[in-house]
Design a protein around this ligand. Structure first.
Ligand code: HEC
Length: 258
């Protein structure tokens, strides 16, 4: 049976190698930007500036100990007021966020440190913290990202990442990697972990431990991307082609079962 054989990078026309290289360079930059974005939007939610499983648990499933107000005051709003006043708010929240205590203890802090931004005239999209009614909206339990948001993010994620890894895997298919199963694992892994990643976003709502699956999936995806990227670039421009390939005009020799 005749089979279509893979042609090694070095025997592809220069124009194709330039095209592949440019695509890989832009995807590599894009991947770095995506990492920065993940960091920016998740790190620090648990009060520790490093990104952690806890941060992702809070982002996806909410914070069982916390409220939106506490999450914000431990994260992006932490510098808006002195630590002792922050503690007053935490104590009030942990004691049940009672309305009777709001006027005397909490409202003065809000008036002084928060309402410059948190009022509808200044920022209509931010929670209105001028009175108890608005504050009570951010003292409800923090449920994390809601399902409609997850659905929106997951369909974009599934389509765009499939697209990227189809192209990267297609380019990488011109590399010489033995054993063949390893090449196939590298090509398949990003798609498998893409599914486990998106599935864990939803599962984290049921059991927050699935946040680790999100991290593991992301790590495997990143490693597969980096490995395919480096091998492709290396073999395209720097690698000394073994004789078995150059004798074959660049056909990657077929071993049994390829
Ligand atoms: C300088 C303007 C500014 C001040 C002052 C400020 N905030 Fe914010 N706050 C923002 C912005 C902008 C956001 C949304 C972006 C973000 O989350 O980083 C936000 C977000 C929040 C959120 C999260 C809202 C949500 O829907 O998840 C809470 C809660 C909050 N702030 C509480 C406070 C409290 C309490 C104070 C006072 C101690 C305060 N903020 C002071 C600008 C401000």
């Amino acid at each position: 049976m005749t089979k279509i054989k893979f042609i090694h990078f070095r025997f592809l026309p220069m124009s194709m190698r330039v095209l592949f290289t440019m695509v890989l360079l832009v995807f590599g930059t894009g991947y770095l930007m995506a990492m920065i974005q993940v960091w920016e939007s998740h790190a620090g939610k648990d009060g520790d500036p490093m990104i952690s499983g806890k941060d992702l648990m809070i982002a996806y499933s909410g914070n069982p100990e916390g409220t939106k107000l506490e999450t914000a005051l431990r994260g992006p709003m932490a510098d808006m007021l002195p630590a002792e006043k922050r503690q007053v708010i935490f104590d009030w929240l942990h004691a049940g966020a009672k309305q009777e205590e709001f006027e005397g203890k909490i409202n003065p802090i809000m008036q002084e440190h928060c309402i410059a931004c948190h009022n509808p005239e200044a920022n209509p999209h931010l929670p209105d913290l001028r009175a108890y009614e608005g504050v009570s909206k951010v003292t409800a339990r923090d449920e994390g990202m809601n399902i409609p948001t997850l659905v929106r993010v997951s369909h974009i994620h599934l389509f765009s990442i499939t697209f990227i890894f189809f192209i990267v895997g297609f380019i990488f298919s011109h590399a010489y990697v033995r054993p063949t199963w390893m090449k196939c694992v590298l090509i398949a892994a990003p798609f498998v972990v893409l599914i486990t990643d998106v599935a864990s976003w939803y599962l984290t709502k049921i059991w927050s431990g699935f946040a680790w699956m999100v991290i593991l999936s992301g790590a495997i995806m990143g490693m597969a991307f980096a490995t395919m990227w480096i091998i492709s670039m290396w073999q395209m421009w720097f690698w000394r082609v073994p004789e078995s390939i150059s004798e074959n005009q660049g056909e990657i020799p077929c071993v049994h079962g390829d």
